[in-house]
Write a protein that binds this ligand. Structure first.
Ligand SMILES: [Zn+2]
Ligand SMILES: [Zn+2]
Length: 203
């Protein structure tokens, strides 16, 4: 099966560790962004990806577009939405790819098995059924028309500021270095976030 996949998808699976519907969605979204921007991958920070979910799909953007956390051109927003925006600084243009709701539905039987797998109570047979269903879902996602899967639109707000390098300061509680904009003050002393005390009123 894997041998039939295009090379870039094989590389994505290798990076992620397994094939799954979430990765397939990310792969299709990354390919859509590439096609609509007419670009391939980022050598430096000319592309920036803003990903609004921490699901499997984010890895496709790291592999295909070379938008990575380490390079600072991958920004994660904890919105729990399958929305992927890629900005091309040279073109001053962004493409926003948003997963449409419900192109794929689980039958009630599939959903029951899915719940068992999540809770760790699935039998061997149920795991088999689950894997077959996941494989089928992956095939559907890879074959589906891009416009059925996604709402794709051009966006042109300013891309985020480029990654910057900051001075480090030393936390006076644990003795480890922390970048200056992330440092806190605790009892009048410099503290890293884990060593600082949080104060909030619940909002
Ligand atoms: Zn996955
Ligand atoms: Zn500390």
């Amino acid at each position: 099966m894997t041998a039939e996949y295009p090379k870039d998808l094989q590389q994505t699976i290798q990076f992620h560790g397994h094939m799954c519907p979430g990765l397939a969605i990310g792969y299709r979204a990354a390919k859509a962004a590439q096609a609509h921007l007419g670009i391939e991958r980022a050598q430096d920070e000319e592309l920036v990806a803003i990903i609004e979910s921490d699901g499997c799909g984010i890895d496709a953007f790291q592999v295909l577009l070379s938008c990575t956390l380490g390079k600072g051109n991958l920004i994660y927003l904890d919105h729990g939405k399958q929305v992927y925006t890629v900005f091309c600084r040279k073109q001053g243009l962004g493409i926003r790819v948003a997963m449409k709701p419900g192109p794929f539905h689980r039958t009630p039987e599939q959903d029951a098995i899915f719940q068992k797998v999540i809770s760790g109570n699935a039998s061997e047979d149920e795991m088999k059924t689950f894997r077959a269903f996941q494989d089928q879902r992956v095939d559907e996602i890879l074959a589906e028309d891009e416009n059925t899967l996604f709402k794709i639109e051009k966006v042109s707000p300013e891309p985020p500021e480029k990654a910057r390098i900051f001075k480090s300061v030393t936390c006076e509680f644990c003795g480890e270095s922390v970048m200056e904009p992330r440092a806190r003050i605790r009892d009048g002393k410099i503290a890293c976030i884990p060593c600082s005390e949080t104060y909030n009123r619940g909002w």
